[in-house]
Design a protein around this ligand. Structure first.
Ligand SMILES: NC(=O)C1=CN([C@@H]2O[C@H](COP(=O)(O)OP(=O)(O)OC[C@H]3O[C@@H](n4cnc5c(N)ncnc54)[C@H](O)[C@@H]3O)[C@@H](O)[C@H]2O)[C@@H](O)CC1
Ligand SMILES: [K+]
Length: 521
């Protein structure tokens, strides 16, 4: 089943529907949330019964989850203490009910409602082995300020492992930004479905490891088709690699044309072409400026090359158009852009080629820059193209600030994909794939070692390679992004994040494929 990633509003709506349509009392959901959090605590700290745990609670339902967790810890014999950042009388509804229970059980509760009483409660946190953060959840509006901000700083400063309930307090559930003081958790137990804020960076760095706890929401609600953002999961990708037919020949698995390269950027072209082969494509032809051909023939073994007329700058010339159209005949996929340069005549050629063919284009780097002025035209293409910008390239393309893209990655990716009828692969930590219908998939593989020149060229080759084998654009983009990240993770294991280069990622594609196929068994 798809794992959707939700906003606070969507989660509230699911909770409401669970209660109103299915008669599941919200108190029961809170009970499940608190209990699941304790089970995760026990998994992470097997000797938790011998520990001292501080549960720091706000007055809302996130605090209520904290009271339930405190009760289950207390019942297990844990030395648990609650710090409540409000007066007990202010805590109402389900949270109030659970507060009343732990009060009757005799769980120690300290009210901290001022800077002074917060400081007086400091020792509770300082003498704890583990701290549970139940200050703020999906009801958060704006950055934490005042007492809440002070409490967050106090917890972060205590040097104890912090387990956040639902989201680290201070985070915004809906965005990847860190709005203000925010809990730095060892891990986060998020309830029902993961919230965007614990998945998207930089906010995700506050959440640590994210565990999604089943709180008993009905399956029908969790798979609601109105939820338009989900995680890329290996089990959904197993069919992405077409079975190898024992009777196959090299024409069975497609032929990718790569249009790439300029002086100083032959590596980008080579890595894109080789990656397309490594993902299983039968044949790859790399078309490039003619004066670079000899060097490329020496560099590449399995990739075929095609020298093209070039400009005075030794980039592909407009005069190459007829030859390129000739080469595209019978090819399903063209990868265009890696290391192509932004030379105006070459950019004009790119625009003309993209609009003159029925092939599916995977457009990267300088290819994206070239399309800039003509985005509207993309809608008229017979086959939706795949664009693979990083936030800076997308910002340039849209004429907006890079920061604006980073702050609104999901809505901007959705808007571009639906407005221009494209697949948008927005690269970065947690690459997003938005399809022309506006569905967004978030990829969880990959690491900071992949922030090195050439990894984008590898991704372009992998996407083109799967498309050439007849895989749908939806599946090809998700599978390629997943495999690319997994190959990056394997490369990081092999050589370390600092030392790894893009060629190391290509070298791990075979093992990444093997691991992905293992999910199909
Ligand atoms: N609604 C439900 O059915 C369920 C909710 N659950 C929990 O309930 C949480 C949401 O609870 P609530 O909606 O009560 O909200 P929260 O508990 O997240 O926030 C509570 C209060 O904090 C205050 N607040 C908001 N932003 C603030 C800020 N920036 N600085 C200081 N104070 C601020 C508001 O007055 C708000 O009422 C979820 O995150 C989850 O932990 C779970 O118990 C599962 C079921
Ligand atoms: K929290």
């Amino acid at each position: 089943m798809a794992v959707h990633v939700v906003t606070a509003g969507q989660m509230r709506e699911l909770d409401r529907r669970a209660t109103e349509e299915y008669g599941i009392p919200s108190l029961l959901l809170m009970e499940n949330a608190g209990l699941q959090a304790v089970l995760e605590l026990e998994r992470a700290f097997p000797r938790v019964t011998q520990c001292r745990v501080a549960v720091v609670c706000g007055k809302g339902n996130n605090g209520g989850d904290g009271f339930v967790a405190a009760r289950h810890l207390f019942n297990r014999g844990v030395a648990v203490e609650v710090v409540l950042l409000a007066r007990q009388t202010e805590t109402k509804g389900d949270a109030g009910t659970n507060l009343e229970i732990i009060r009757k059980l005799g769980v120690p509760i300290r009210e901290a409602t001022t800077g002074q009483t917060l400081q007086a409660s400091r020792y509770v946190v300082e003498r704890a082995d583990v701290v549970v953060d139940a200050i703020l959840g999906t009801g958060t509006t704006g950055p934490a300020t005042g007492l809440f901000a002070d409490a967050i700083e106090l917890l972060n400063g205590c040097g104890k492992p912090i387990v956040a309930l639902d989201i680290p307090s201070g985070l915004n559930s809906d965005e990847g930004v860190i709005p203000g003081p925010c809990i730095k958790a060892l891990f986060t137990v998020t309830f029902g479905l993961p919230k965007r804020g614990v998945i998207l960076y930089p906010a995700a760095s506050c959440a640590g490891r994210v565990v999604t706890a089943d709180i008993g929401l009905p399956r029908q609600l969790l798979s609601d088709s109105l939820l338009d953002v989900s995680l890329v999961q290996a089990e959904d990708l197993a069919g992405a690699l077409p079975p190898r037919d024992p009777n196959a020949h090299k024409g069975t698995y497609g032929h990718v044309l790569v249009l790439a390269g300029s002086p100083g950027k032959t590596g980008a072209a080579a890595m894109c072409a080789v990656s397309a082969l490594r993902i299983g494509t039968g044949l790859v032809t790399l078309a490039l400026p003619e004066s670079l051909n000899d060097a490329m023939e020496a560099k590449l073994t399995e990739v075929m090359t095609e020298p093209l007329p070039e400009t005075g700058e030794r980039t592909v010339a407009f005069a190459a158009l007829d030859r390129i159209l000739e080469l595209m005949k019978g090819k399903r996929v063209v990868a265009i852009g890696p290391g192509l340069s932004t030379y105006p005549e070459t950019a004009e050629l790119v625009r003309t080629v993209v609009h003159a063919s029925e092939a599916q284009f995977v457009v990267d780097a300088d290819g994206i820059n070239a399309l800039g002025p003509n985005l509207e035209m993309l809608r008229t293409l017979s086959c939706p193209p795949i664009l693979t910008p990083h936030p800076g390239e997308l910002a340039r393309l849209l004429g907006i600030d890079r920061d604006e893209v980073v702050r609104n990655r999901i809505p901007i990716a959705q808007k571009v994909a639906t407005s221009f009828g494209v697949y948008l692969v927005l690269k970065g930590a947690r690459t997003l794939i938005a399809n022309p219908e506006g569905h967004v998939a978030i990829n969880m593989t990959g690491n900071a070692g992949m922030a090195t020149g050439g990894t984008g060229d590898v991704l372009t080759g992998l996407i083109a390679g799967l498309l050439a084998q007849g895989v749908s654009a939806d599946l090809a983009t998700r599978a390629a992004v997943y495999l690319h990240g997994l190959a990056g993770d394997l490369a990081a294991e092999a050589v370390g994040q600092e030392a790894m280069v893009a060629s190391d990622v290509i070298a791990q594609v075979p093992e990444a494929i093997r691991q992905l196929k293992a999910h199909a068994i």
